[in-house]
Write a protein that binds this ligand. Structure first.
Ligand code: ZN
Length: 467
């Protein structure tokens, strides 16, 4: 792969963009420690309030033109009203919260994790990539346009949840507020993609890819419980809870879900087809629909592509084993995590697991579960405008309609939008992004930050100012 900056073009757009000032404002945002644990009562809400004050103070044109609302706990909705009520609004989103720094790794950071240091061409700190750069990048883009006398015909919402990493209640509160106000959206743009990667796993080694994620896989944590009386391990008549639980886990893992090419992934291979040069895919993608099963089976055998063609099964937690080698365990639980493919449901996962476990005396319940999101439209206005703006600033990159095995806030907006796109314009190299998101030395190149702002300004200009 070429260096990521070799894909950048039109860096002379917005010639008077105050890049240094923008970087400093992002650094200040990183200094707000907006960690929001699953138990929200443990969050320091003052850090979110500090972030809000920073936004109010830093973007005077947005504050003058728009309304600023705090919804739910600390979610933020900024409305920049358009002059044409017939045009459906668009919504630019991401999230204010960040994951904590793993205890014991604080010293491994080149610059402290919440310092927001600008050095060596980068802005450093937790949230630089996930995803305060998109919160502040949206604000910078809108502020730039307003400061240059642009007026919006289409209403623009800037929407920033406060708990994407845990419960998604903030995004839910915003989406429900919009629904209650009778709003439907033309498109939503959220985080996702955010990196340029080699097409090699798809048999297209010469191609550089960027995903536009249309769909989030479903998610389920299935808890398994087994009981036994315990006692001396010399008399294990009937077996132990640990033995039974292990058997149940093994049976679930050995009963894989169907392997198939979902409509979203069929679309991905159709978009990639002109670039695929390696067999067996080169032949198969000539007719994706006719060869869907063969393509899916091929993907299933590849580390990178495997999660895209099936519901995955990952046993993750086991609790309650005996502390002593000669004492039998009593109550034990385990958790198996599933990521549900397009077309699957939570209900189906439960039935599948129950059938696999069969007659074993093991009980089951979901700790947390949600179906896959809907698939966003990739044939309409939002997708076309997004890929046009991205293509201007990253020419030569192939934009691929795809899906994410992870989960984010965007699906909350499906109640008001059929085009929820997950594609961050703040682009890094694939390896660096994968290492640093939720990891040590999270950072974003100042150049990548400025380029993302240009993409967003271009997209707002060509959707809201000049629809
Ligand atoms: Zn995120």
């Amino acid at each position: 792969m070429k260096d990521v900056f070799e894909f950048f073009a039109h860096e002379d757009d917005l010639p008077d963009l105050d890049v240094r000032g923008a970087a400093e404002r992002l650094g200040e945002a990183i200094r707000c420690r907006t960690v929001n644990p699953a138990d929200h009562s443990l969050a320091d809400h003052g850090e979110f309030d500090r972030l809000h004050a920073h936004i109010r103070a830093s973007y005077p044109h947005i504050m003058a033109a728009g309304t600023f609302e705090v919804l739910g706990c600390r979610a933020l909705l900024i409305t920049l009203p358009g002059s044409e009520p017939a045009l459906r609004p668009c919504l630019f989103m991401s999230h204010q919260d960040v994951v904590p720094v793993v205890e014991g790794t604080e010293q491994d950071w080149t610059y402290p994790a919440f310092s927001g240091t600008i050095a060596d061409g980068y802005i450093w700190g937790r949230g630089a990539l996930d995803i305060k750069q998109q919160v502040f990048g949206c604000l910078e883009a809108a502020e730039y346009l307003l400061a240059h006398g642009r007026t919006f015909a289409r209403t623009v919402y800037l929407a920033f949840g406060d708990d994407e990493e845990t419960l998604n209640l903030g995004a839910k509160a915003i989406a429900e507020t919009l629904r209650d106000r009778g709003v439907t959206l033309e498109f939503v743009l959220d985080e996702g993609g955010g990196k340029i990667e080699s097409g090699a796993p798809y048999g297209a080694p010469e191609a550089a890819l960027c995903a536009v994620e249309l769909l989030e896989k479903g998610y389920a944590d299935l808890e398994l419980s087994a009981q036994s009386a315990g006692g001396h391990s010399s008399r294990p008549f009937g077996g132990t809870s640990l033995g039974r639980l292990s058997q149940a886990i093994a049976r679930i893992v050995e009963a894989p879900f169907p392997v198939r090419l979902s409509p979203v992934m069929a679309g991905a291979f159709k978009a990639l087809a002109p670039y695929v040069t390696e067999e067996p895919l080169r032949t198969l993608v000539r007719d994706v629909d006719a060869n869907a099963d063969a393509i899916a089976r091929y993907c299933y055998g590849q580390r990178t592509l495997f999660p895209y063609v099936t519901t995955t099964i990952a046993p993750t937690v086991i609790r309650g084993g005996s502390e002593a080698c000669n004492v039998m365990p009593q109550n034990m639980t385990a958790v198996v995590n599933f990521r549900i493919d397009q077309g699957g449901t939570v209900q189906e996962v439960f039935e599948h697991a129950r059938a696999a476990v069969g007659d074993l005396d093991v009980s089951m319940r979901f700790l947390q579960a949600n179906d896959p999101s809907h698939a966003a439209r990739s044939d309409g206005y939002g997708y076309e405008r997004l890929t046009r703006s991205m293509g201007r600033y990253f020419p030569g990159v192939v934009f691929v309609p795809s899906m994410t095995p992870g989960a984010t806030d965007a699906r909350q907006y499906e109640i008001v939008c059929d085009t929820c796109l997950r594609c961050s314009p703040f682009i890094g190299g694939a390896e660096e992004v994968e290492r640093a998101v939720h990891g040590t030395n999270e950072r974003i190149a100042v150049r990548a930050y400025a380029q993302g702002i240009r993409v967003l300004a271009h997209l707002m200009e060509h959707t809201a100012v000049r629809p």
